[in-house]
Design a binder for this molecule. Structure first.
Ligand code: CO8
Length: 258
């Protein structure tokens, strides 16, 4: 892997997109590398949370690679969009929670990458936007759908139609990010949140993610039935028994097993 770096800190994975020559813009090669690494991560049971960030001080991901898209014909563009969407879907559906640690520009495909994560923490100075219409294209890695679901129809339309770049404070105000921290505290804040998630019963966390994500695509009655299935599955885990016994014995579970 050249453009994607995976490090592990205990049961937390930190995935860094690293293409300093183009502010970490996503080209074909980087997307293929991401696709591979996500397959490895899906099978790695030692990991409970994944953080995704960008290399360097300036940029999370400055979009899809414009120099690579410049000469594409519609078929090539379609294939590029299909690959990006496949990768981002893998992130969205990864069994463990994902946190985008947005360390700078998150534009176009970079904003879409952050949107595919479960939670977004931004540093002061981070910038968000879907500037595609200024380049003669639409968002193509899920932006028209995920941005709309996260910030609502009217705000998503405003951002996508104008291509306006917003700062971290505005992103927080509209619910695009969960939290803003000082730049030098970003990774520690992401790790702190990841550790908090990882301190809970891992199967329960994974099932909760599945229930939220799958249920969000369903009508409420079907979604609540799915929640019931997921909830009942928890009762086949050792963690459920251990945690409830520990509560009744007025102590904490030392370590979740599953
Ligand atoms: N693609 C390719 N190269 C890039 C990109 C990019 N998205 N962003 C920055 N770079 C390169 C620059 O060309 C420059 O290269 P060089 O040093 O060789 O000239 C280098 O990175 C540094 O960039 P700047 O000199 O521009 O740095 P500034 O600090 O002046 O500006 C900005 C930083 C504001 C982030 C500026 O670089 C910028 O506007 N970048 C483009 C942002 C953008 O429009 N992103 C959206 C791209 S479109 C997209 O993401 C579509 C997604 C869906 C695709 C669907 C597939 C069909």
């Amino acid at each position: 892997m050249e453009n994607v770096i995976l490090k592990k800190e205990g049961n937390i994975g930190v995935l860094t997109i690293s293409r300093p020559c183009a502010l970490n813009a996503l080209d074909f090669k980087t997307l293929v590398e991401l696709d591979k690494v996500l397959d490895e991560l899906e099978g790695d049971e030692s990991l409970y949370v994944l953080i995704i960030t960008g290399d360097g001080e300036k940029s999370f991901v400055a979009g899809a690679d414009i120099s690579q898209m410049k000469d594409m014909n519609p078929i090539q563009a379609r294939n590029f969009s299909i690959l990006g969407n496949k990768v981002f879907k893998k992130i969205e559906n990864l069994r463990i929670p994902t946190i985008a640690a947005v360390n700078g520009y998150a534009l176009g495909g970079g904003c879409e990458l952050a949107l595919a994560c479960d939670i977004r923490i931004a540093c002061e100075g981070a910038k968000f936007g879907q500037p595609e219409v200024g380049l003669g294209i639409t968002p193509g890695f899920g932006g028209t759908q995920r941005l709309t679901r996260i910030v609502g129809l009217a705000k998503a339309k405003e951002l996508i139609f104008t291509g306006e770049i917003i700062d971290a404070n505005e992103a927080l105000r509209i619910g695009l990010v969960n939290k803003i921290v000082k730049k030098e505290e970003l990774m520690e804040a992401a790790l702190k949140l990841a550790r908090k998630i990882a301190s809970n019963a891992p199967i329960a966390v994974m099932l909760a993610k599945s229930s939220i994500n799958k249920g969000y695509q369903m009508d409420i009655d079907t979604a609540v039935m799915y929640e019931t299935e997921v909830f009942s599955q928890c009762f086949s885990t050792e963690d459920q028994k251990d945690a409830m016994i520990a509560f009744l014995e007025k102590r904490k579970v030392e370590k979740f097993k599953n």
